[in-house]
Each structure stands twice: as structure tokens, then as C-alpha cells.
Design a protein around this ligand. Structure first.
Ligand code: GN1
Ligand code: MG
Length: 370
């Protein structure tokens, strides 16, 4: 459908195009692995300009964040740095993206050789490493002026705005879809008030706004072959946000025993052991760069982010599936039901989760014995 070789040739990449294959990741963009005759392979991505109306701003955000991370990690040697931060390849005319004749936007990054991506966590080590990586991302960007980032999707994780979209979708939805989704619609309705708690604190200025990734699912963490976390990818949604968006969204995928679209809800459980490992890595790498109030809402954020993603999937189902890519009938409804079940499973573990956060935080304040 796309002439990937021609598109690849618009970039100043080292080596010649050999072959491209689609990487079936993500619900929004189209992503291809390009094999080249050069030292590395590449990831060529078509950025969905319907979901992201201002692609140039999105690319600017991504490049800014990569540059910042690169400066922070400047002590590493070049090979290591290439594994730890996304490297964007410039176009022949010196830009960061290529706009083709059909109005598609493309960008090219260096593929991290030998890298591994997980769809689901399989060991405590992977959970811990993911926590370390996402925590480190926030630690390294803590001094980045988040007002420099464009809001490429305004109010992306703003609960009141997502609830408003859901309400509008519900009032315009086909009766058959409402009937199928009734149970999820009821869950969304009864959760409303509770889910707005963090937003209220943000609005009161009690929770700091930082540069956050906003899409910290496990498949956006790149690992080495021996399970060391290397690099955070898919920085499309880097925007100003609260730490909870990243912590919560990561827990959503890392601590679930099932894929996010698993239709058999009996398989959807919350893995407290993985939570402990993840929280330990995350809190350890953030150190004291997190306030007491922020810490207090970390456990809640897991439930909140799971809920908000489920709510968006439910909204998309009610709007006849126009946002997330789907590959089967009722796919978005399956996803929403799955996420809402996971949020309920988290609720059962809330006290233990809070306890784990407190004890992991206490460790970061322990005096170092000589
Ligand atoms: C989308 O396409 P992908 O996998 O990067 C979505 C996220 C959701 C996620 C659920 C821009 O991410 O917000 O959490 O699906 N991205 C956008 O899997 O909406
Ligand atoms: Mg994404």
C-alpha cells in the first residue's frame, strides 16, 4: 500500500533499503521495521494524523525530549547511548519528518539492535526493570520545562473531559450497542465521582505538572536480550502531566494477568507480586523526587488509569469504533470490559498496594550505613 523504500529514501539513513515488514504494535500508528545494509536497522512510522491533528508539533515534542535525555546521559559511550535514547534520523532536507504526496507524515528512528519487547510481563525482573525505566524517564525529565511541550491531544488524561466524551457518545449511540455495553456503562457511571479525585488535586495545584510520557504500557519499554530495560519508546504523547499518568498506565499492563483485549474475564487478575517489583524499580529510580501527596495517590492512579483507558474504549465502541484499531466484532467492548474488570481487581488490592508504596518509599529514605 505504501512505497516504503521510496519513503525510507527520503531520510539520511546509513545504508540501503533491503526489506520492510510491519510491526503489529500499537492501536494508532502504522509501524514498520526496515532492514538496511548499514550498521543498524530502522523503525519507519506513519503517524496517524487523524488522531494527532498537529503532527509537526508532535514530532517537535519527541525530538525535544530525546535531546534532553541525550544531554542527561551524555556520560555514556555512543553505542550505549544509541540503546538508551531514541535516535531520530533527519530527512534529506534536514527536517524531522517527511510529508508524502498523500498527506501522510513519516518519521524514522534507529532500531535498537537485539532489543526485545514484551506484550505482557513474565517475571518479577521484567516488572522491576520496567519500573526502573519509567521512573528514570521521569527522573531525567524532572528539570525539563514541560510548558515547552505542545498538548498534541488536549486533555488526554483529563477525567472530566473523558467522562464528557463518554456522555455524548452514549446519548448518540445505537440502541443495540448500548444494550451490549450496559454493564460497562453502569460501571462507568457509578465510578465517576471517585475517578475525579486526582483531577481535583491537580486543579488545586497540589499535584505538580511535569513532562510525562502518558503511554507507559509495557510494550513501550525496550529490553535487552538479558531483560535489562533500555529505552522508552513511542514518545508521541509526551506532554505536560502528572506522575500518576505514567505510574498508573504502566501498572495497568504490567500487573494484569491477561492481555488488554482478553474477552475471558476470568483470566483478568491483578498480580500483586509484579506490582511490588514494578513499584520498587519506579520509586527507587525517582528517589525523593516525589512528594508525599503524589506518593499517596500512586496506588489509586493504577485504578484510575485502567478506568480511563477502559472508558475511552467504551466510548469508541459507542461511537462505532473510529479511534482504536479493531480486528474483530465488539473488540472495543471486550477491551473496555477487560479494563473495568482489572480496575475492580485492583480495588480488592488497594490496601496492599498502598502498603507496598509506603514501604518502598521508606527504603529510599534509609540512611546509608558506612
Ligand atoms: C493507544 O497506539 P498505542 O498502543 O501507542 C493509545 C493509548 C492507550 C493504548 C491502549 C494516542 O496507544 O492512550 O492507552 O492505545 N494512544 C493514543 O493500549 O490514544
Ligand atoms: Mg502511544
Amino acid at each position: 500500500m505504501f512505497d516504503l523504500e521510496k519513503i525510507f529514501n527520503q531520510f539520511r539513513a546509513e545504508g540501503e533499503f533491503v526489506v520492510a515488514r510491519e510491526l503489529g504494535v500499537g492501536h494508532i500508528n502504522d509501524t514498520f521495521l526496515v532492514k538496511s545494509t548499514g550498521r543498524t536497522d530502522f523503525v519507519l512510522q506513519r503517524i496517524n494524523h487523524v488522531v494527532f491533528p498537529n503532527v509537526p508539533e508532535l514530532v517537535e515534542n519527541k525530538v525535544l525530549i530525546s535531546r534532553h535525555l541525550r544531554e542527561k546521559l551524555a556520560h555514556l559511550d555512543a553505542d550505549e547511548l544509541e540503546k538508551r535514547v531514541l535516535t531520530f534520523v533527519r530527512t534529506n532536507s534536514g527536517g524531522d519528518y517527511y510529508l508524502d504526496d498523500d498527506g501522510n507524515y513519516w518519521n524514522l528512528t534507529v532500531y535498537i539492535n537485539g532489543s526485545v519487547i514484551y506484550a505482557r510481563v513474565t517475571s518479577n525482573k521484567v516488572a522491576f526493570e520496567a519500573g526502573k525505566l519509567f521512573g528514570e524517564f521521569l527522573f531525567l525529565t524532572r528539570d525539563f520545562d514541560s510548558s515547552k511541550l505542545k498538548e498534541v491531544i488536549p486533555d488526554f488524561h483529563k477525567m472530566s473531559s473523558r467522562l464528557g466524551q463518554f456522555d455524548r457518545a452514549l446519548s448518540a449511540a445505537a440502541p443495540e450497542r448500548i444494550r451490549l455495553a450496559l454493564e460497562s456503562i453502569e460501571f462507568a457511571d457509578q465510578s465517576r465521582e471517585e475517578m475525579l479525585r486526582l483531577e481535583r488535586l491537580i486543579d488545586q495545584g497540589l499535584i505538580p505538572i511535569r513532562a510525562t510520557h502518558n503511554d507507559t504500557k509495557i510494550s513501550n519499554a525496550v529490553f535487552s536480550e538479558n531483560d535489562q530495560a533500555l529505552c522508552v519508546i513511542d514518545t508521541d504523547t509526551v506532554m505536560p502531566g502528572a506522575i500518576h499518568f505514567d505510574f498508573g498506565d504502566a501498572v495497568r499492563t504490567i500487573c494484569s494477568t491477561a492481555d488488554e483485549d482478553e474477552p475471558d474475564l476470568a483470566k483478568v487478575r491483578f498480580d500483586l507480586g509484579f506490582f511490588e517489583s514494578f513499584a520498587s524499580g519506579f520509586i527507587g529510580s525517582l528517589g525523593d523526587g516525589i512528594s508525599d501527596l503524589e506518593a499517596e495517590y500512586l496506588a489509586f492512579s493504577a485504578k484510575m488509569m485502567t478506568f480511563i483507558v477502559g472508558l475511552r474504549m467504551l466510548t469508541d465502541f459507542l461511537e462505532n469504533d473510529t479511534y482504536f484499531k479493531t480486528s474483530r466484532e465488539n473488540h472495543n467492548l471486550d477491551r473496555a470490559r477487560n479494563q473495568f474488570r482489572l480496575a475492580q481487581e485492583m480495588e480488592k488490592n488497594m490496601d496492599e498496594m498502598g502498603e507496598i508504596i509506603r514501604s518502598e518509599r521508606a527504603k529510599t529514605f534509609e540512611p546509608v550505613t558506612p
